[in-house]
Ligand binder design. Structure first.
Ligand code: PHE
Length: 448
């Protein structure tokens, strides 16, 4: 059998995982949630949620991945042969393919907006004339589909190059650039007249806003942002060598993800307040509100827009790569397809499903699935049901199905990492009891 690839170094592992974690969630949802839910107070709850819920699930998935050195389906077969757990393996392959279908559509929008920024559209159009253009763009039948397919094509081509030459290389080159860009944007945004209010909106602690709902928001955002419950961490960890430290890669990924989200907040909110606009979240924030602000900035707005949409595009790309890799690992190892053909098949399937999602803003807007358009249905079904279910089953698998000694062995590299040995009891307790409870609560509140 062909030897499996591994990531080349610890930095590569963290960069690839952080590349998956840092995505649209950090840019369009985190800043808004922080502002709305209590500023610094919310950030503390978010950190607590990461420690008690997301990191334990992250560790559970890394342990499963590295222990088995296999794709999600193969991992279940190796660690629990012939059991019903194979359904978890299949779920963990299905979910990311489902997500690529609509995430790729948003990737397509970012590509289109990046091109528009490069063609200086936002400085050559009066700010008022930009209002509503995003709605018009996504309602057009073919342009968004074409951009979506182009974005997807770039993603699968990178993945086709392999774990080292594709994913690792792009993440290692791109992630530092992403951080530099977001720092530059944050500095600029904070220096605008009237930006102070935006900084306060983000950071001023307001303890009165901490309610059960905001705590659930923190749990959900932390879970989504670390790309949990979708087989990505299992798959990426299966490419991590036995010498690497899972504690370090988990904490490294979570810290980079949080720092990036905070910087994104500082890049966006002060500019929004400086322009005298009420902040919102989601696609409307980055594709409607921000172009309006760029147009108001005058000449420099052109440069800011290009840097910003490049950041969004690249953040979406590295997240999408990680989703595609889960499917590719499955197809190459379980179905014995070549990497190239696996990528081609995934392109065709997710391209077709994504086209339906994309058309749901235009020609297919009348089609509804449980009361929502196709795109919105896919998004909520994935985050509310598929991801939480996957995350829940993964922690239960590591906490209750695997032997404690195997989990210990993997988490501490055979007892050789002192800090990991010291943290093990707490981590195992969280994996066994706290995280399953937390993610079950999250799932129920999402569904009710
Ligand atoms: N973590 C990504 C973000 O914050 C979203 C994502 C979730 C990507 C699940 C892949 C899988 O945008």
């Amino acid at each position: 059998m062909k030897e499996r690839e591994n990531f080349g170094s610890r930095t590569a592992v963290i960069m690839a995982m952080a590349g998956s974690a840092i995505g649209l969630g950090n840019i369009w949802r985190f800043p808004y949630l922080v502002g709305q839910d209590g500023g610094a107070a919310f950030i503390l709850v978010y950190i607590a949620a990461t420690l008690v819920l997301s990191l334990p699930i992250f560790f559970a998935e890394s342990i499963i991945g590295r222990r088995s050195h296999a794709n999600c389906r193969g991992a279940m077969e190796r660690l629990a042969p012939g059991t019903k757990w194979r359904w978890l393996g299949l779920l963990a392959v299905f979910t990311p393919m489902f997500i690529v279908s609509y995430y790729g559509v948003v990737g397509g929008w970012s590509l289109e907006y990046f091109i528009q920024a490069c063609s200086l559209k936002f400085v050559h159009t009066a700010p008022e004339d930009l209002t509503g253009t995003f709605g018009e763009f996504i309602a057009r039948p073919w342009a968004p589909v074409a951009f979506h397919l182009l974005f997807l094509l770039v993603t699968v081509v990178i993945v086709a190059f392999g774990v080292r030459s594709g994913i690792e290389r792009v993440s290692k080159a791109g992630l530092p650039v992403l951080f530099v860009l977001i720092v530059v944007l944050a500095i600029y945004s904070v220096s605008l007249p009237g930006a102070q209010k935006g900084v306060e909106y983000l950071l001023k602690p307001d303890w009165s806003k901490l309610t059960p709902t905001t705590c659930i928001d923190a749990l959900g955002q932390s879970f989504f942002s670390l790309s949990l419950g979708v087989g990505i961490i299992i798959t990426y960890s299966s490419y991590v060598s036995k010498e690497e430290n899972l504690l370090v890669s988990g904490v490294g990924t979570a810290v980079s993800d949080l720092v990036f989200a905070l910087l994104a907040g500082l890049a966006i909110m002060p500019a929004v307040f400086a322009a005298g606009i009420e902040p919102g979240s989601g696609p409307g924030l980055i594709f409607d509100t921000l172009p309006f602000i760029f147009a108001k900035m005058g000449g420099i707005g052109a440069a800011v827009a290009i840097l910003f949409f490049f950041t969004v595009l690249f953040a979406a790309l590295t997240s999408c790569m990680s989703l595609v890799e889960v499917g590719v690992a499955y197809l190459t190892e379980e179905r014995h397809m070549s990497r190239g053909w696996s990528c081609a098949l995934i392109f065709v399937l997710t391209g077709a499903a994504g086209t339906l999602c994309s058309l749901s803003f235009g020609p297919l807007s009348q089609v509804h699935l449980s009361g929502q358009g196709i795109f919105d249905f896919a998004d909520s079904f994935a985050s509310n049901v598929l991801m939480t279910l996957g995350g829940l089953l993964c922690v239960v698998f590591a906490g209750w199905q695997m032997k404690r000694s195997d989990v210990f062995d993997e988490f501490t590299n055979g007892g050789t990492k002192t800090l990991n040995v010291k943290c093990f009891r707490a981590a195992y307790f969280l994996i066994r009891y706290v995280a399953p409870l937390g993610v079950a609560v999250l799932m129920l509140t999402n569904l009710l």
